[in-house]
Write a protein that binds this ligand. Structure first.
Ligand SMILES: CC(C)(COP(=O)(O)OP(=O)(O)OC[C@H]1O[C@@H](n2cnc3c(N)ncnc32)[C@H](O)[C@@H]1OP(=O)(O)O)[C@@H](O)C(=O)NCCC(=O)NCCS
Length: 183
């Protein structure tokens, strides 16, 4: 169960992930493009939701571990967002890593394997990714894994208050057909 890349293991969540996941979820720099940081209880509830999705879908936002050290570094994986938007229902690829692991190409390395799994093993027709329009780091990851943005898909996130600087979002997509052509 789970996935593996050259430098990373994407696996099911363990009890020992709670503490390092709560630490990165409470880091204002990691959470710069979310409306707020998360408490320990909110992090525990998020892990429970991810585990439930895993049981239902087979895929999930995987707990991600650095092979060299065995450190938990964050998550990369697939989810089914639930808010109202014109592109719903969809399967989303997402990522969130602790700051000390940024800049090593870990998110795109894991994401490439997550896309392969989604298309080859789950037969998904399309995978999307979205983020606040200001989140250039996440947008770089989308571009590195050959996802494409159509400005017509840009949207205001319904869960972010009107007028908030994080409300405008961009949507990137990749279809199975395009993924096969590019792989
Ligand atoms: C987005 C994120 C997962 C990228 O992961 P990563 O493994 O660092 O990805 P990369 O190494 O490919 O770097 C992607 C870009 O991030 C930026 N970046 C990398 N390290 C950085 C650092 N230490 N400080 C500032 N920016 C950095 C660079 O622009 C880089 O692009 P480049 O390689 O063309 O220079 C990571 O920055 C993160 O967890 N951010 C917070 C959570 C988040 O915003 N998640 C997405 C929400 S939708």
């Amino acid at each position: 169960m789970g996935l593996e890349t050259k430098r990373l293991i994407l696996r099911e969540w363990k009890d020992s992930d709670l503490e390092p996941f709560a630490a990165l979820n409470s880091d204002p720099e990691v959470m710069e493009f979310f409306p707020k940081t998360m408490t320990l209880d909110e992090t525990a509830a998020m892990i429970d939701r991810i585990k439930a999705r895993h049981a239902e879908d087979g895929f999930c936002l995987w707990a991600t571990e650095e092979k060299e050290t065995g450190d938990f570094i964050g998550f990369v994986g697939l989810g089914r967002p639930l808010f109202e938007a014109k592109f719903m229902p969809c399967v989303e690829i997402g990522w969130r890593l602790a700051r000390s692991y940024w800049g090593k190409g870990y998110a795109p390395e894991a994401a490439i394997e997550v896309l392969r799994d989604g298309f080859e093993n789950y037969g998904l027709d399309e995978i999307v990714s979205f983020t606040a329009a200001l989140n250039s780091k996440s947008i770089r990851v989308m571009e590195k894994i050959s996802m494409c943005r159509n400005p017509d898909d840009d949207f205001d996130h319904p869960n972010v208050p009107d007028g908030h600087h994080l409300k405008p979002h961009v949507l990137y997509r990749i279809t199975q057909r395009d993924w096969r052509a590019k792989s």
